[in-house]
Design a protein around this ligand. Structure first.
Ligand code: 5GP
Length: 115
C-alpha cells in the first residue's frame, strides 16, 4: 500500500518540495488553507498517530526540528505558525500517511471550530 505522499517522496509525482532528508520530506499543500501551508511527512509510511511505535519517537521529534528550520527559512518564526496533526475520522484525516501541517502567513484564528 503506497500512499500519494510516498509517491511524492519518491519523486514519482510532482510537488513543491521545500525540504528533504533521509527521514522527512516537506512540501507545499496542493490546496493551501493559509498563505504558507506545508506538509512535513516522514519518509516512512506510518498511517496515523495511532500506528506510531516507540522506535518512531526520534523521527517524530525530527519533524518538529524540520518545522523549526522551515519557519526560519520562510521568515515567519517570530510572527508565529501553527503545527497540526489530524488522526482519523473525527479530525478529518484524509491521507493515511502521518503528516504535520505547518500553517503560517496570517493570524490563524481560533484553534478549533467552536460548537
Ligand atoms: P489531512 O486531512 O489528511 O490531515 O491532510 C491531507 C492534506 O494533503 C490536505 O491538506 C490536502 O490538500 C493535501 N494533499 C492531498 N493530496 C495532495 C497531493 O497530491 N499533493 C499535495 N501537495 N498535497 C496533497
Amino acid at each position: 500500500m503506497t500512499t500519494i505522499f510516498s509517491k511524492i517522496i519518491a519523486g514519482e509525482i510532482p510537488a513543491d518540495i521545500v525540504y528533504q532528508d533521509e527521514q522527512v520530506t516537506a512540501f507545499r499543500d496542493i490546496e493551501p488553507q493559509a498563505p504558507i501551508h506545508i506538509l512535513i511527512v516522514p519518509n516512512k509510511e506510518i498511517p496515523t498517530v495511532n500506528d506510531m511505535r516507540i522506535d518512531d519517537e526520534q523521527l517524530v521529534g525530527h519533524m518538529f526540528t524540520v518545522a523549526q528550520q522551515i519557519a526560519l527559512r520562510e521568515g515567519i518564526a517570530e510572527d508565529g505558525y501553527r503545527l497540526l496533526v489530524n488522526c482519523n475520522r473525527n479530525a478529518g484525516q484524509e491521507v493515511f500517511h502521518l503528516h504535520m501541517h505547518f500553517f503560517a502567513g496570517r493570524p490563524l484564528g481560533p484553534m478549533i471550530l467552536r460548537k
